[in-house]
Write a protein of this length. Structure first.
Length: 576
């Protein structure tokens, strides 16, 4: 099943799905008209929250605006409806003129009192009439709808308006063609509706599918004729996708720059449970939220490695799951990834991801969501600095069970060399890449004193040198050897380890006077590590490969954590 076909199918299962030809839009104000076209009052439809959020109303579907001027039917922003805007508005007069012209043409033969009142309003309205106290300045650039005084039905909801809207759509329809999505004949959508809600994309919406340049055309076909998709299918897939992209829809999470939507193709109860579980897999959810969704126990069981057939047999088979990642690309959208398979396969791949990233000691605050790992790759730890392509490629690899992108390894190593901060999350990333990509059996979950990989041993040795310095000089060292030498030690150890060893001997001289027992234990640990190195050869290689640098970071993390785990303020002991 293609992406468009899956979204079209999802539209049929949407609760309160807007009918064909209508869309849910943000409406700020309602203009109440008398039958003679005079403005009776202007009602603020916005919420009482701090942001004064507009109300979401079902209205005739918004037109696709590119460079031209095109009004919506019976609603629009203030520039079109009233001829007023908050900015300079170079085209405001033209926009209002087009709104007036088109509506007087559309409503020329109407006998409906509400629609006649709108005609009279447009014939008599002067933008200079936009003034207090009747008009709030905040109405500028808001979307406006109309209502007849004494009634509670918006003009666009009146039966006469809905009938007229269907007729307008039929007049503009093209000759029927076979739709590539539904395989049924129907008028072709030359312009597909815009997709809204993608992080970083244009607020007015962006196109998932468009043909607006000569280079995109073939055999003389223009716009949507290049790949015929019926207007009904285009409406269905864009409506479903826009609904999924809504804030708090329960169908979206953010993965780097990719706005990620997901949905299950299954009966309602199974679909909701699968979607709640997936959301909890990759996005943090409080205990109360998990308990409300009745998935906390199942989530814990899945994370502990229990098969889905034992946790939720109803989800193991027959639940088709879809995950789509969209990223901004000028006026268009890029598909970062699209994955579809059964939910049992997805759960197995998620459990493998957890197993690959397991380290001891584990990260704080329980199971870290994916965005916390991505923050570790960002300059200054800022979310907006997460490398965009890595996020999408990593998520795709997790979903499919494929090897991770090697840019994930190079970026992690680069951040380690830049700041020397070997956090639990970075150690987990290094370990997962070693297991997934290099099939490494030398990447342990916890400290492995018998591991003879030279990268792992040198990382442990570096942690011991740092502990010797800390023990001799106290915890208030302005810059440890990690701050000065981690990058060189992990990449070109031969250049710095002689210097580090000489510095350690100086620190030992001081430590033997301050704490003889601690000095002895650290010397024993140092000897235990160096004894594992190959005799007769230079224990410090000129350089380490990327995989060995990853093991260096893992060895450093394990050994360093072991000092603090066992001995906050006591003498470290040697593990043999």
């Amino acid at each position: 099943m293609s992406l468009l076909a899956a979204l079209t199918r999802a539209y049929d299962r949407l609760p309160d799905a807007p009918p064909y030809g209508f869309s849910t839009e943000k409406i700020g104000f309602c203009v109440v008209l008398e039958t003679d076209g005079r403005v009776a009052e202007v009602i603020d439809l916005r919420g009482d929250d701090k942001k004064r959020s507009p109300r979401m109303l079902l209205v005739p579907q918004a037109v696709k605006r590119t460079a031209g001027i095109a009004p919506n039917f019976l609603w629009d922003k203030s520039a079109y409806v009233l001829g007023v805007t908050a900015g300079e508005g170079k085209r405001t007069a033209e926009e209002h003129a087009k709104f007036r012209e088109k509506h007087l043409d559309w409503l020329a033969d109407t006998t409906d009192p509400g629609l006649l009142a709108l005609c009279r309003f447009l014939e008599s309205w002067d933008p200079a009439s936009f003034a207090a106290p009747q008009w709030q300045d905040e109405a500028r650039d808001q979307n406006l709808v109309f209502r007849l005084s004494g009634e509670f039905t918006f003009l666009h909801d009146r039966p006469a308006a809905r009938t007229l809207w269907r007729e307008i759509g039929a007049e503009g329809a093209s000759d029927p063609q076979i739709c590539l999505v539904t395989c049924t004949p129907g008028p072709v959508a030359r312009l597909h509706p815009s997709i809204k809600g993608v992080w970083g994309a244009q607020s007015s919406g962006a196109s998932l599918i468009s043909f607006n340049l000569d280079a995109f055309t073939s055999y003389g076909h223009d716009q949507g004729d290049n790949a015929p998709v019926s207007e009904a299918a285009a409406f269905a897939y864009t409506t479903a996708l826009n609904r999924f992209l809504e804030k708090d829809s329960g169908h979206r999470i953010q993965i780097g720059d990719a706005s990620t939507v997901f949905w299950a193709d299954a009966p309602d109860d199974a679909a909701e449970e699968a979607e709640n579980l997936f959301s909890a897999f990759f996005d943090p959810a409080g205990d109360e939220k998990l308990a409300a969704a009745k998935i906390k126990d199942k989530l814990d069981a899945i994370r502990s490695g229990t098969r889905l057939t034992e946790v939720a047999p109803n989800l193991a088979q027959g639940v088709r799951f879809h995950v789509l990642g969209l990223a901004p690309n000028a006026a268009r959208l890029s598909v970062r990834f699209y994955w579809t398979s059964d939910f049992g396969t997805l759960t197995a791949h998620y459990q493998r991801y957890l197993q690959d990233t397991e380290v001891q000691p584990p990260p704080r605050d329980g199971w870290p969501p994916l965005w916390r790992y991505l923050i570790e790759l960002a300059v200054q730890g800022k979310r907006e600095n997460v490398p965009p392509l890595i996020a999408g490629e990593w998520m795709r690899a997790i979903l499919t069970g494929a090897p991770y992108p090697l840019t994930l390894l190079s970026t992690t190593l680069m951040r380690l060399r830049a700041d020397g901060e070997v956090s639990p999350l970075r150690a987990a990333i290094l370990k997962s890449i070693l297991i997934r990509n290099f099939k490494s059996k030398e990447a342990p979950v916890a400290l492995d004193p018998a591991n003879t990989n030279k990268g792992y041993m040198l990382g442990r040795l570096f942690a011991v040198y740092e502990e010797v310095q800390r023990a001799a000089l106290g915890g208030n060292v302005n810059a440890t050897i990690k701050d000065k030498f981690y990058g060189a030690a992990s990449a070109t150890p031969q250049k710095v380890y002689r210097t580090l060893d000489a510095g350690a001997q100086n620190h030992f001289s001081k430590l033997r006077k301050q704490s003889p027992g601690r000095a002895v234990n650290l010397e024993k640990l140092l000897t235990a590590i160096t004894d594992l190195m190959e005799p007769g050869n230079d224990p410090y290689p000129a350089s380490l490969t990327a995989a060995e640098q990853a093991l260096f970071g893992l060895g450093y993390y394990h050994q360093r954590s072991d000092f603090f785990r066992k001995h906050d303020d006591k003498t470290p002991e040697v593990t043999e």
